[in-house]
Design a protein around this ligand. Structure first.
Ligand code: SF4
Length: 364
């Protein structure tokens, strides 16, 4: 039996009664026994999302690695003069989409560095050419910091930028670039990126234009529990106003080859810490965001399986290609759909393929 302090028991009771939890409650949850928090998170997952575990067949395409942002946690970016700096041509992009389609992909995520010179038309052409050639593949593209960057270099407002991108074929936005929504941490890890209100502005504007997005959190970036909980509560607050987030995706900082890890001597965070983050996310976002993704890409297949009993209800994507976390040492490779189904079923759960908007395409 667990020995449970009265105040932890009270706040877990509050969570099970779907009462809102405070910053203090959230911190207490992070300090509590992970198994106990996991049991409550699993119960809330079952209530709000059921037993079915979903996944999407997808490919990430990083259209350029040239970036002027220089985030200290990133091992992917290059200066435009680097030998391995690149910008994909539209032909190269379409070739990658065609490969993904052959493997059954229904979603392509476009994400790249903050290139100092690419004109607005480059982004529009990517979307237009994809929608012409592969109209059935979801164009899930450009995190809020890229959208803010495109707006800045083109001298447009966030709203005008989003409208132009939507006209060109943008269908949904990934929640990357959130890292930790706390400006003290952001100044330390990515001083040239938008602040947390800038991230919120892009999301709220996108939601007001009817555009669905996901929300993310990267933890282990020198923040404490307080900043993590504040991040979750900020996501919750946005969702209560807009209802535009389809899912929440937390993952741990991948320290390999990064300036941040060298400066602060940061090692990979543990599987237990990951399970705690998933469980607390499910509890704090209960009633607001239905889908919580397990990240096999950063945690490995086995921890991702366990996360399904700690509040996650989605296995993410097949990731036909992923370059950003791999550059920082994540040992991830493409997982074919059959393998994902096997992993989900071995975790004792039914599996289904979904689309970007979490509509079921095929049950296994
Ligand atoms: S995380 Fe994105 S914005 Fe930051 S340096 Fe890397 S590519 Fe650039």
């Amino acid at each position: 039996m667990f020995s449970v302090e009265d105040d932890v028991r009270d706040l877990l009771d509050k969570a099970l009664c779907s009462e809102p939890l405070s910053l203090r409650d959230g911190i207490k949850l992070f300090e509590s026994d992970v198994q106990l928090t996991g049991i409550v998170a699993d119960c809330l997952r079952k209530r709000s999302a059921g037993d079915l575990v979903t996944f999407v067949i997808d490919r990430n395409i990083n259209y350029t690695n040239i970036c002027i942002s220089g985030c200290r946690f990133c091992a992917f970016y290059r200066s435009s003069k680097a030998d391995d700096a690149y910008v994909l041509t539209i032909e190269e992009l379409l070739k990658k989409v065609a490969e993904a389609v052959k493997l059954g992909a229904t979603q392509v995520l476009l994400q790249g560095g903050h290139h100092p010179e690419l004109p607005f038309e480059y982004y529009e052409n990517m979307l237009c050419s994809m929608s012409e050639k592969f109209p059935r593949v979801q164009r899930h593209a450009f995190s809020p910091s890229e959208i803010a960057h495109i707006a800045k270099i083109s001298g447009s407002s966030i709203k005008e930028t989003l409208k132009r991108l939507i006209d060109a074929g943008l269908q949904s936005i990934p929640g990357g670039g959130a890292e930790i929504l706390d400006d003290k941490i952001r100044k330390k890890i990515s001083p040239k990126k938008i602040d947390w209100k800038g991230w919120r502005k892009v999301m709220v504007t996108a939601h007001s234009l009817g555009m669905p997005t996901t929300a993310t959190m990267v933890y282990g970036l020198t923040e404490g529990y307080k900043e993590r909980v504040r991040h979750l509560l900020r996501i919750r607050e946005i969702q209560e106003k807009t209802h535009g987030f389809t899912a929440f995706i937390p993952w741990s900082f991948q320290p390999g080859n990064t300036a941040l890890a060298k400066k602060y001597n940061i090692a990979c965070s543990s599987g237990i810490e990951y399970l705690k983050v998933v469980a607390v996310s499910r509890i704090l976002l209960n009633g607001a965001i239905r889908n919580i993704q397990a990240s096999w890409v950063t945690q490995g297949e086995r921890i991702a399986q366990i996360a399904l009993s700690y509040g996650a209800n989605d296995f993410g994507g097949t990731m036909i290609e992923e370059n950003v976390v791999r550059a920082a040492g994540a040992d991830s490779q493409y997982l074919p759909p059959d393998e994902i189904v096997r992993l989900i079923k071995n975790a004792g759960r039914p599996a289904a393929q979904r689309d970007t908007l979490y509509r079921i395409l095929k049950r296994y």
